[in-house]
Design a protein around this ligand. Structure first.
Ligand code: SAM
Length: 335
């Protein structure tokens, strides 16, 4: 089956590495990894992908003009019925063949995006595809009620792809995340950071500023979360991170040279504020991290700028974009 995984911009190669565990990567393009895999629920186990779709149609010749939208409508009219394959992949069940047509009918939505300048809007694209889809409800003016079929339409260069969401809801919406704190990380990005750090189940991992616990909940290993805020610790526990405690990341109650990995999304970003000793001296975090890491340990961090004090040596930097802003995933070792 041909599928595509949607990704945060910049981590396509990390998603491709995870996808390679369940299928063959065919192609990587802007925020997408195309792959071939057997239609099994394993496709819904991908952690680094924002969402996963079954490819229904690929259509070329999409330029900048509104006249090109007719090609999208024609492609949508020829889409195969993917309901049974979607069910085999762990998606919503396909309706039985002999079921009578429902009076109101199941709702179909189309979510479109494109790269580059065009003389049409994403709603024009969505409506062009929707014109050929039974049960289509436009997002142009109203909220779409819960859709039975959600199609993703992306256009890059002159190519459009129409793909059906496999899951009943977006993959990045994790069931465990019942609560969050300001600055909580997007779960697929947290999973990508854990993969970048090469965390394995045998390792001991700490997040010294754990917030809602996302980084650790997306990571294997023996996990401990610490945070100066009691509310954040309560939130992490509510999300399922049992080993979470109040502590100041500038004075970590952890033995020296004892940890395999530190994963961290520090607070001096725009959303979360520094507390305790980090309020006056943010660099204390890195000296604490350096102290608790084993000599062969690694720290992986989400940073606005890829700068670390000299006690840590940067190995890898991955530049990504989150909500239109550049952010960096940084992997570093003790210097
Ligand atoms: C950006 S949030 C972390 C979000 C978390 N990675 C997640 O995705 O849920 C930063 C966290 O740092 C915590 N923090 C601020 N100052 C701290 C300090 N001195 N020691 C430990 N944690 C601190 C804040 O309470 C906040 O929860």
């Amino acid at each position: 089956m041909r599928l595509l995984a949607r990704t945060v911009r910049g981590i396509e190669h990390l998603v491709a590495a995870e996808v390679a565990g369940i299928g063959r990567v065919d192609r990587i393009r802007h925020r997408e990894v195309w792959f071939t895999a057997p239609p099994t629920p394993a496709v819904l186990d991908l952690r680094t992908a924002d969402d996963v779709f079954l490819i229904g149609a690929v259509c070329r010749g999409i330029g900048r003009t509104r006249a090109d939208l007719a090609r999208v409508t024609r492609a949508a009219a020829r889409l195969p019925d993917l309901a049974a394959v979607r069910a085999r992949c762990g998606g919503p069940p396909a309706p039985p063949c002999d079921s009578p047509p429902a009076t109101a009918g199941p709702v179909t939505e189309v979510v479109a995006s494109f790269v580059g300048r065009r003389n049409f809007s994403r709603y024009d694209l969505e409506d062009a595809a929707g014109a050929a889809l039974p049960g289509y409800v436009s997002r142009r003016r109203s909220r779409v009620p819960a859709a039975a079929s959600s199609w993703r339409l992306t256009v890059a260069g002159d190519e459009a792809v129409l793909a059906l969401r496999v899951g009943g809801r977006p993959l990045h919406r994790r069931p465990y995340r019942t609560r969050s704190v300001p600055g909580s990380l997007h779960p697929p990005l947290a999973a990508a950071l854990a993969r970048l750090a090469g965390v394995t189940p045998a390792m001991t991992v700490v997040d010294p500023c754990c917030g809602a616990g996302t980084l650790l909940l997306e990571s294997p290993g023996c996990r401990f979360g610490l945070d100066e805020s009691r509310a954040a610790v309560a939130c992490a526990r509510a999300n399922g991170l049992a080993a979470a405690a109040v502590a100041d990341a500038g004075r970590l109650p952890v033995a020296s040279a004892s940890l395999d990995r530190v994963l961290v999304n520090p607070p001096w970003d725009r959303q979360a504020t520094s507390l305790g000793s980090l309020a006056a001296e943010p660099a204390r975090l890195w000296h604490s991290v350096r102290r608790i890491l084993r000599p062969d340990g690694l720290v992986a961090a989400v940073l606005a700028e890829p700068d670390l004090p000299r006690c840590l040596r940067i190995r890898t930097t991955v530049r990504i974009r989150v909500a239109g802003r550049p952010v960096h995933l940084v992997l570093a070792e003790p210097a």
